[in-house]
Design a protein around this ligand. Structure first.
Ligand code: GLN
Length: 279
């Protein structure tokens, strides 16, 4: 807010944000800078802000107006009921990815201690959630980005999850003899140059976590081609993909010899995750 005085109170801060960002976001920023509760923010407009709090609020507001994602500005995003630390080195976890968690949990037989691999873990959302939901599981998370792995490790530590984090370009750094019961991934799957990449939050996210070749399928092809060798017999491969890719991904899985190939719909009714089983 270069031309404006810094807001001196909660009410002034909310007024400064009005018409520029949604009120719900302005209240989140006010909580972040002041430590006040949602109820205090709603009921106490005259509460004063210190100069430092006001300056932080003005900075968050200006950056949000410029398009930076709320999750990066606050450094946190909820996934499967837990808060994950996030930053520009990782994709912001999305609600539709929770479908993969549900699909794995539904297939883990009671008492089992499955070996689970999360490819391209980013913030660690899938790996950490699965480790916490099934504490008997052995969970490995790989990412080719050291900056992403640092965030995944921090999330595992903060949430008390035991996850082995490996820097690896898909399967490249894993031992050839490793075998898993589940391989899950939310890989990049957007078509290179898709207009979606230059809109909204996505502009600030790592391109390497989003785009994947002329059909968006380059990374999915690589994963499908190599996955069976790292699965135990009866093990599952589960891949998130784009809204119009389910048929293509089913074809890739069948072509690689997977059985029980089926796509599952997310809460928006879109075929979002395709699963196949190693015979
Ligand atoms: N679902 C994300 C989006 O549409 C893309 C995530 C990904 O490519 N894995 O923004």
């Amino acid at each position: 807010m270069p031309d404006r005085a810094l807001p001196a109170s909660f009410g002034e801060a909310l007024a400064a944000a009005r018409g520029r960002i949604p009120a719900s976001e302005a209240r989140l920023f006010l909580r972040e800078v002041s430590g006040a509760s949602a109820a205090q923010i709603a009921a106490w407009p005259e509460r004063t802000l210190s100069a430092e709090q006001a300056a932080r609020f003005a900075d968050l507001l200006a950056r949000r107006v410029a398009g930076e994602p709320v999750a990066y500005l606050l450094g946190v995003r909820e996934f499967y009921g837990r808060d994950f630390q996030v930053g520009p080195a990782v994709l912001i976890p999305r609600p539709e990815t929770e479908l993969i968690v549900d699909l794995v949990l539904a297939r883990v037989v009671p008492g089992a201690a499955p070996a689970i691999l999360d490819l391209g873990t980013g913030s660690g959302a899938l790996a950490v959630t699965l480790a916490l939901e099934r504490p008997a599981a052995t969970v490995t998370a790989v990412d080719f980005s050291p900056a992403a792995l640092a965030i995944a490790r921090a999330n595992a530590a903060a949430l008390g999850a035991s996850v082995r984090c490996v820097e690896s370009d898909w399967f490249a750094a894993l031992d050839a003899g490793e075998r898993f019961d589940f391989i899950v991934s939310n890989p990049p799957y957007i078509v290179d140059g898709d207009p979606h990449l230059s809109q909204g939050d996505v502009r600030f996210e790592p391109a390497s976590a989003l785009a994947s070749g002329p059909a968006g399928l380059d990374d999915i092809r690589r994963i499908v081609a190599a996955a069976a060798a790292f699965l135990l017999p009866g093990g599952w491969l589960m891949l998130e993909h784009g809204y119009d890719q389910a048929e293509a991904v089913r074809g890739l899985l069948r072509g690689a010899g997977f059985g029980e190939v089926a796509s599952e719909r997310d809460l928006a009714g879109i075929e979002r995750v395709t699963c196949g089983r190693r015979p």
